[in-house]
Design a binder for this molecule. Structure first.
Ligand code: ADP
Ligand code: MG
Length: 280
């Protein structure tokens, strides 16, 4: 005979309705995670959660392990210890074993895409995973590719070769390839690197739309937080060999940023209320 547990009597449905939409489980859970590469500890003590529907930066100095963290999330690099859950599953496992649930924009997209491939065929790779499937493309696949190209404003150069596109255009094709499978999580490795300010702005606006309009959770590796501040909810930061997470208000901190970048950083608020940071 067991005594009824008073905490167990509330029906689950009531709990859900009381908590509303905020009840979604986290997109990402790291529990005391560490990673070793080439016999060297890259970072450790990674314990944090990334909320579903958020936009999160991954920041840290060169070689601190930002790309490594992305590869852990994708299941491409194993952890040395700890536990990782991505959309409720171990990395690389779950219903999306082909990782349809996760879109990935790699650090150096052009070399991945190949030189001669047309933009629309590159996007199709996000559905087929193989460049040899072009002859057997279905009408639904073609429509999905057209929609993804339209979503990133790439329709007008869809038939051009990726190698002939500008940096900003190429980055939009890369994002179309990442979203064509309609993922719930999109991970981008330094998508703003080597883009001019206007193209940076366009990519950031695009990420904001993906997040707000389609509810996609976004993780973005960045060197400079400034262009992303308008869309960010928080950041993972790799500092002194440890992985931390904080909401944006906790990251936009002069002492933390100065430590992170190894130079004195000042946080400035403009009269219009906009934040930016600069090295002083
Ligand atoms: N394939 C690899 N084999 C061994 N060590 C690696 C490999 N890739 C990266 N590393 C090491 O892991 C560390 C983190 O690298 P990386 O994640 O690429 O850093 P970041 O993206 O922050 O610049 C670096 O010390 C790097 O030398
Ligand atoms: Mg990197």
């Amino acid at each position: 005979m067991s005594t009824p547990d008073p905490t167990a009597t509330a029906p689950a449905a009531d709990v859900t309705s009381a908590a509303g939409a905020a009840a979604a489980p986290p997109a990402l859970v790291f529990d005391d995670v560490s990673v070793v590469r080439g016999g060297r500890l890259v970072w450790s003590e990674g314990t944090f959660e990334i909320p579903t529907g958020s936009v999160t930066a991954i920041i840290g100095s060169n070689g601190s392990g930002k790309t490594t963290m992305i590869k852990v999330i994708l299941g491409l690099v194993p952890t040395a210890s700890g536990r990782v859950r991505v959309l409720g599953h171990a990395p690389g496992e779950g219903p999306s074993s082909g990782r349809d649930d996760i879109g990935y924009v790699p650090q150096d997209y052009t070399s991945t895409a190949g030189d001669a491939i047309r933009a629309r065929d590159a996007v199709l790779l996000g559905l087929t995973g193989s460049r040899w499937a072009f002859s057997r493309i279905t009408r639904e696949q073609r429509e999905r590719v057209d929609q993804a190209l339209a979503a990133v404003d790439a329709t007008e150069f869809a038939n051009r070769r990726v190698s002939q596109l500008s940096g900003g255009q190429r980055q939009r094709v890369a994002i179309a390839q990442a979203i064509v499978s309609r993922p719930r999580l999109v991970v981008l490795d330094e998508p703003l690197a080597s883009l001019d300010l206007r193209n940076q702005r366009e990519i950031v606006d695009l990420l904001g739309r993906l997040n707000k309009d389609l509810g996609v959770t976004i993780l973005v590796v960045a060197h400079d937080l400034n262009p992303l501040l308008s869309v960010l909810d928080g950041a993972v930061y790799l500092l002194d060999g440890h992985a931390h997470h904080a909401p944006l208000s906790g990251v936009v901190d002069e002492d933390l940023l100065s430590h992170l970048y190894g130079t004195r950083i000042e946080v400035v608020r403009t009269p219009q209320g906009e934040l930016f940071m600069r090295s002083v």
